[in-house]
Design a binder for this molecule. Structure first.
Ligand code: UDP
Length: 382
């Protein structure tokens, strides 16, 4: 039996982790004993607790309750807490997800404590080092032992950066080589798994929203869009403008709520919260979000996760960024990068209103979690 420590912290990691936890319960309960450590990066009810109950995630075995603070403060506190846990109990591997401060904190402490690090969502790049997420991804990839990339492009990126299997590893590896795989996206596993459940659980709630047949689902939360007043103003103006044409529903991330308060004037704030065509709601549960994605006409977002979920439910997406780690979406014509420019956002909207997009299967076959656990088992047993 191998002891695995899963590190989660931010909303998308909590959601991603259930794909692996579910598969451990279904198929690998004799092989892996999973403990969950929640750093507390996201902590309020709607950004964290709601997902545990709804998705059936076990309560964390450890909760560091780090909460807010600067990047350095957060990462430092997380590292201290993770180190404490690793000194108390033996773990055979540590799993980190994605690109947040919880990811890099877990990876750094793990590798230095002699615990092999598994990076799920390895190899993704926006090639924009102004993004804290990009720094976290690159650093985590370069110190992890097992790297699992959701896309072919991700695996190529690792090769381009000189990924080498023969780099000498700390003692824990007993001469084992670093490995990198293309495994498909575990979020595709989740979207397939929870799609039907969302229809059942959220039916009444969805009907109570009384949305028209065609509506846009919008999310904005990335620091590059919320921290700069001009950028945020442009994006919100574009959304208000689209909402005159098609109903928009927008679950607002706490960071965006604060940014609107801090950066936008009274008049625009009033129009955001009280426009006829724009409905602002609190952050939603994953099943509610899934339901809204499935029934939307198109999606407007700066979220990595939501871009892909749009794709899984065959919805075109307008991406409020200049680049994306999910470049395949753009290459096949299912996403358009529109930045924060009203003209480009509107042009993308008109394009998708009149054009059918194609959604070839580029994110695996929905069995990424099983693949990851199979490879991890092999690696540890060798
Ligand atoms: N999500 C959610 N409720 C919301 C907004 C998003 O459950 O109100 C889910 C969404 O379906 C996706 C994940 O959160 O699975 C994406 O997280 P986020 O946008 O915070 O981060 P990113 O993917 O950009 O790292």
């Amino acid at each position: 039996m191998f002891n695995i420590l899963t590190i989660i912290g931010a909303r998308p990691q909590i959601i991603k982790s259930i794909a692996i936890s579910r598969m451990i319960k279904e198929k690998y309960s004799d092989t892996f004993n999973e403990c969950i450590l929640h750093t507390g990066q996201h902590y309020d009810e709607k950004m964290s607790a709601v997902f545990f109950d709804e998705l059936g995630i076990s309560r964390p075995d450890y909760n560091l309750n780090v909460r807010g603070g600067s990047h350095a403060y957060q990462t430092g506190e997380m590292m201290k807490g993770i180190e404490r846990v690793l000194s108390e109990k033996h773990f055979d591997a540590l799993i980190v997800y994605g690109d947040t401060n919880s990811t890099i904190a877990g990876a750094l402490v793990g590798v230095k404590a002699g615990v092999p690090v598994v990076h799920v969502e390895a190899g993704l790049r926006s090639y924009d080092k102004r993004m804290p997420e990009e720094l976290n991804r690159i650093a985590t990839d370069h110190i992890s032992s097992l790297l699992f990339s959701p896309t072919e492009t991700g695996l190529d990126n690792l090769r381009k950066e000189g990924f080498r299997a023969d780099v000498r590893q700390p003692d824990f590896a007993n001469g084992k080589k670093r490995v990198a795989f293309h495994c498909g996206d575990i979020m595709y596993d989740n979207s397939l798994h929870f799609s039907q459940k969302a229809e059942i659980v959220c039916k009444d709630w969805f009907e109570s929203l009384a949305l028209p047949d065609d509506y846009i689902l919008a999310t904005v939360h990335r620091a590059e869009n919320t921290d700069n007043a001009d950028v945020l103003r442009d994006i919100m103006e574009a959304i208000i403008s689209l909402s005159e044409d098609m109903q928009v529903i927008m679950p607002l991330h706490p960071r965006t709520v604060n940014a609107i308060k801090e950066h936008l004037g009274e008049e625009q704030t009033e129009r955001i919260y009280n426009s006829h065509g724009l409905r602002v709601v609190e952050p939603l549960s994953f099943l509610q979000m899934t339901m809204l994605e499935k029934h939307s006409r198109m999606i407007l977002t700066d979220s990595g996760g939501v871009q892909k979920e749009a794709y899984y439910f065959h919805k075109p997406s307008i991406v409020l960024r200049e680049d994306t780690e999910w470049i395949e979406n753009v290459q096949v014509g299912a996403s358009i990068l529109a930045g924060h420019d009203m003209t480009r956002i509107k042009a993308a909207f008109e394009h998708f209103k009149s054009t059918e997009s194609d959604f070839p299967q580029i994110y695996g076959d929905g069995h990424a979690a099983e693949f990851i656990l199979d490879k991890l088992k092999d690696w540890l047993e060798k």
